[in-house]
Design a protein around this ligand. Structure first.
Ligand code: C2E
Ligand code: MG
Ligand code: MG
Length: 668
């Protein structure tokens, strides 16, 4: 039997070749030993192999586990990162949406390469239409020159820029405002690659801002530039005039008696009046002249290129005419006048504050001169304005310091010569200026709202005087007190009168009030209501200064007045002036036909008195018959029967120089 070649080789190595005859026992032993070792070695190898296989597979498993763990880790990291990325992208875009409507990118030539969708939604501009174009080429920027220069400097210097805002008009004609920010992009080598940035449509905000700006510059009632804008404009005008060596003028305009109208007719009427006046002032000057409202009833006009005083005067007169046109308020026609003060740059002031102060002072002088007046500033005015101010502050203390006092002027019954009544006229004993007449402080008190308190003091002082005269055994004459417009509309008037009477136990019939026609006509309805109350109480009512206002006696008859006082401007013309005589005669006749008593004011001469007597005038008041005097002086003319002996003054001779009557403080 053929042997396996492997076995044959093994046997040969042992010297047991089959051809060499059968092996002896020793050889067999060696053979078995060899075979067994071979098996053992094989086993050993197999074991090693298996073991290494085992080890390898375990290592593989471990490796696999690590790889898997790594992969899981990686997966979760990726997941985390992705989430984080989403989150931050979300944050970014939500932040972006807060600060920007769209994102843009430009290349190194500053041509747009990219726009995010937002641009179309926000502005209506199709992004594609902009790609490949430069921003500058789109439209002229509507932005302040400084802002454009700053933006261009950033671009030229390849620097970041922030919040450059500009306006433009869309192809469909709609105005929009855009605000952009951007930063340059550089590559790793540091060379410039373009810009990227954000953009936002800020049209709404800009429109709101402009509105606020406008509100801060314009008066909402009249639409005129307000104080702020005027002061800014004045500063610019001064700077320009200084550079060019030119002059200009500031007109300071104040409406006369605006406060009275505002108080009597109410704020709506006051507002309407201001609007009307604003329109008229605007219409009376050139388009290029600035008309502004400083506040209240104060207006200013800034006039450039009008250096000549005569021209300015003409313009001022034109403004006064415009103001003076009749104004219809609440269905009634009113005449309002204005006072104008003029300050010239540079002579009256080289800075805004001085110029305005001087124009204001000139305006006050214009008012002082009788309103409806124009006044240029002069150096003396500064002193006058200062005095006016000093007077006003002193007047506030006049009441509390007890500086007010009353003088009394007789009203004489012409036919009998009896003193039937007196008019109480207020005086201010100023600590340094002496006795100040009411004309110097009553208008000021009216304007500054002090008149109601002063009027209340006058009523009380008059009532106290009646009580004192009676207490001293005299038959007290009826006392008339004057009421001015602001007093008349005060809610407390009737109560103040009742209180004063009650305080001193005076009967209403012992008191009389004097009011001018204009006070009644400011608000006839209310006037009638108040007068009816006073009339019912028994207080006498006189129409003062008749002839200077509406002068319609039949109209006045609607009010419960008993007396008309003819203004002294008519009496002064008697007897020589034919017109004055005719008017006086007519007034007396008409008044009598209406059942009214007539008092002539300001009777200074015997000839006047003689004529008045002839015309049938009831009573006379004037220097001829007695100046306003302190109560103590008047006592000499009172007696227990309340009559005065008819003095020579009531005859036609020698009355003017009566020493007893002229030696009163008022003669000073
Ligand atoms: P009125 O009520 O018409 O008073 C008459 C004014 O004429 C007084 O001036 C008086 O002194 C003056 N007068 C009297 N006789 C003559 C005369 O023969 N010739 C001239 N040239 N004048 C004469 P007065 O006291 O300066 O008062 C001026 C105005 O002041 C008064 O005019 C009155 O409207 C107002 N007033 C005076 N006292 C008061 C007051 O207590 N309250 C108010 N609200 N106003 C007053
Ligand atoms: Mg009077
Ligand atoms: Mg009078």
């Amino acid at each position: 039997m053929p042997l396996h070649s492997l076995l044959k080789r093994q046997l040969k190595r042992l010297g047991l070749e089959v051809e060499a005859g059968p092996p002896d026992a020793e050889r067999w032993r060696q053979l078995v030993q060899h075979v067994s070792r071979a098996y053992e070695e094989h086993d050993q190898e197999r074991y090693l192999l298996e073991r290494s296989q085992d080890l390898a597979s375990k290592e593989m498993a471990a490796l696999y586990a690590t790889v898997r763990a790594d992969r899981d880790l990686l997966d979760s990291r990726v997941r985390e990162r992705t989430e984080a990325l989403h989150l931050s992208e979300g944050r970014l875009s939500s932040l972006l949406s807060l600060s920007a409507d769209w994102i843009w990118e430009q290349d190194a030539d500053l041509r747009f390469t990219y726009f995010s969708d937002g641009i179309e939604a926000a502005t209506g501009i199709v992004a594609a239409s902009l790609i490949g174009r430069q921003r500058m080429s789109n439209a002229a920027f509507d932005a302040p020159a400084e802002a454009i220069a700053a933006y261009e400097a950033c671009i030229d210097g390849r620097q970041a820029f922030r919040d450059f805002t500009y306006g433009f008009t869309r192809p469909d004609g709609v105005r929009r405002f855009i605000r952009i920010s951007g930063e340059p992009v550089f590559n790793d080598g540091g060379s410039f690659e373009g810009y990227r940035g954000v953009g936002r449509d800020v049209t709404q905000a800009m429109v709101a801002e402009q509105k606020v700006h406008e509100l801060a510059r314009f008066d909402s009632l009249t639409g005129l530039p307000n104080r702020n804008m005027f002061l800014g404009e004045l500063d610019r005008t001064i700077a320009r005039a200084r550079r060019q060596g030119t002059a200009f003028a500031v007109f300071f305009i104040d409406l006369d008696r605006f406060k009275t109208i505002n108080d009597t007719l109410g704020h709506d009427a006051g507002d309407q009046l201001l609007q009307t006046m604003a329109d008229r002032l605007r219409g009376a000057v050139r388009e290029s002249d600035l008309v502004a409202r400083l506040g209240g009833d104060e207006f200013v006009v800034l006039l450039e290129g009008e250096a000549c005083a005569a021209d300015l005067d003409t313009i001022a007169q034109k403004l006064l005419v415009a103001i003076g046109e009749p104004t219809t308020l609440q269905g009634c026609s009113f005449l309002v006048t204005g006072s104008i003060g003029i300050g010239l740059y540079p002579v009256d002031g080289e800075d805004a504050a001085t110029l305005l102060k001087h124009a204001d002072a000139a305006m006050y002088l214009a008012k002082d001169k009788g309103k409806n007046n124009v006044q240029f500033y002069t150096a003396d005015l500064a002193e006058l304005a200062a005095r006016q101010f000093e007077l006003e502050s002193a007047l506030r203390f006049a009441l509390t310091r007890g500086e007010l006092l009353l003088h009394f002027q007789p009203k004489i019954h012409i036919a009998s010569g009896r003193m039937l009544g007196v008019e109480a006229l207020v005086r201010w004993a100023h600590p340094t200026r002496g006795l100040v007449p009411p004309g110097d402080f009553i208008p000021l008190a009216e304007e500054r709202g002090l008149i109601v308190a002063i009027g209340r003091w006058v009523m009380q002082a008059a009532c106290r005087q009646i009580r004192d005269w009676r207490g001293a055994g005299f038959a007290a004459p009826r006392v008339a007190v004057n009421l001015s417009a602001r007093q008349f509309v005060s809610d407390t008037l009737v109560d103040d009168l009742i209180d004063s009477l009650a305080l001193y136990g005076v009967a209403p019939s012992e008191l009389e009030v004097e009011l001018t026609e204009s006070v009644l006509m400011a608000d006839p309805e209310r006037a009638n209501q108040v007068l009816q109350q006073l009339h019912t109480m028994g207080i006498g009512i006189s129409i003062d200064d008749f002839g200077t206002g509406y002068s319609s006696l039949s109209y006045l008859k609607r009010f419960p007045a008993q007396t008309v006082k003819i203004d002294r401007s008519f009496i002064s013309g008697l007897p020589s002036d034919g017109d004055d005589t005719a008017i006086t005669q007519a007034v007396i006749a008409m008044a009598h036909s209406l059942g009214l008593k007539v008092v002539a004011e300001g009777v200074e001469t015997a000839a006047q008195l003689a004529l008045l007597r002839k015309l049938g005038c009831d009573e006379a008041q004037g220097y001829l018959l007695g100046r306003p005097m302190p109560a103590a002086d008047l006592a000499a003319r009172l007696d227990s029967t309340a009559t005065v002996r008819p003095p020579e003054s009531l005859s036609t001779r020698g009355a003017v120089d009566r020493p007893a009557l002229t030696a009163t403080p008022d003669t000073a």
